[in-house]
Design a protein around this ligand. Structure first.
Ligand code: AG3
Length: 290
């Protein structure tokens, strides 16, 4: 009988996701975290940070397309885009599809993640050489605090709110993002599983709603993340994501489409209850007007 090697992420203390591994391609303890790229039988190459699955070559398109194209097409004409976290390059790849974008800034705290992705995840990191991209290795919170009125779209592609990423879910950070956005600016942050990270999701949504005039939640499946269902919080100074102002649609997308954009904002009752969305709140008002 052939020996089998499996990797398990304990998504909760009582539930794990296990993938059969062909080979460990990269392993490093950086100053910030433990970084691994594993080649899996089912999902292809997979990036794991501090034991948590970040992305796999097979299902990364759900997450990367939805975290990028929803804000990009909500804005009429984004020219300057900031990505916080996202060292694997997946979000940058999606942003680079827009010819109207003049400048992409990637602020990643850990150069090791970029190194691992460049070496072993070429499908995901392929746009990290885009001439419009500047990579800055720095804490996202610090960077945000030092920039005002600079970006059309800010995308927070963080890890879970433990250790280095904790500050990226706090009120001061969101206030900083508001200041860093131009008039018409759009923020999107990944805000975790509506089933297993309920308190975190509610707290982030409330903080973002307290800072921005308009906040919206949307969902998409991510098969390898806890519960398989993921949330994103989008906030704007002006635009409504329910009437996307952008008219450019990149070709060749696999999950995102104008229909998926719209339907992602329809929330099941358990999520509406979690966020205490009542009739009259903007999110619901705009949805029901349509
Ligand atoms: N960032 C969110 C990953 C969260 C996964 N959580 C977990 N496996 N427990 C993904 C970064 C992809 N660019």
């Amino acid at each position: 009988m052939e020996m089998e090697l499996w990797y398990t992420e304990k998504q909760t203390p009582a539930l794990g996701l296990s993938l059969k591994v062909k080979e460990t391609l990269y392993y490093k303890r950086s100053a910030f975290q433990e970084i691994a790229v594993l080649d899996t039988v089912q999902c292809g190459r997979m990036l794991v940070l501090d034991g948590m699955v970040q992305t796999t070559v097979n299902d990364e398109f759900f997450y990367h397309e939805m975290i990028a194209h929803v804000p990009m097409r909500t804005h009429a004409a984004p020219r300057s885009v900031l990505v916080i976290g996202g060292g694997d390059g997946g979000v940058v790849r999606e942003i680079s599809r827009y010819p109207g974008v003049e400048k992409i800034t990637l602020v990643e705290i850990d150069a090791g993640v970029v190194e691992a992705a460049r070496l072993f995840l070429p499908e995901i990191s392929c746009a990290l050489d885009d001439a419009r991209l500047e990579i800055i290795y720095r804490d996202g919170g610090e960077y945000i605090a030092a920039h005002q009125d600079a970006f059309d779209v800010v995308i927070v592609d963080s890890t879970e709110p433990v250790a280095i990423a904790e500050g990226l879910f706090g009120l001061p950070f969101y206030q900083g993002v508001f200041q860093s956005l131009k008039e018409g600016g759009v923020l999107v942050a990944q805000t975790e599983s509506p089933l297993y990270n309920r308190d975190l999701l509610r707290a982030s949504y409330r903080r973002i709603s307290a800072v921005f005039p308009r906040a919206f939640l949307y969902l998409c499946p991510v098969p390898t993340y806890p519960s398989g269902l993921w949330s994103f919080t989008l906030a704007t100074k002006l635009y409504s994501p329910l009437e996307p102002a952008g008219d450019y649609l990149p070709a060749g997308l696999r999950y995102y489409s104008p229909e998926m954009h719209r339907s992602a904002f329809a929330l099941p009752p358990f999520v509406r209850e979690l966020l205490e969305l009542e009739p009259g709140l903007e999110h619901q008002k705009i949805l029901s007007e349509k």
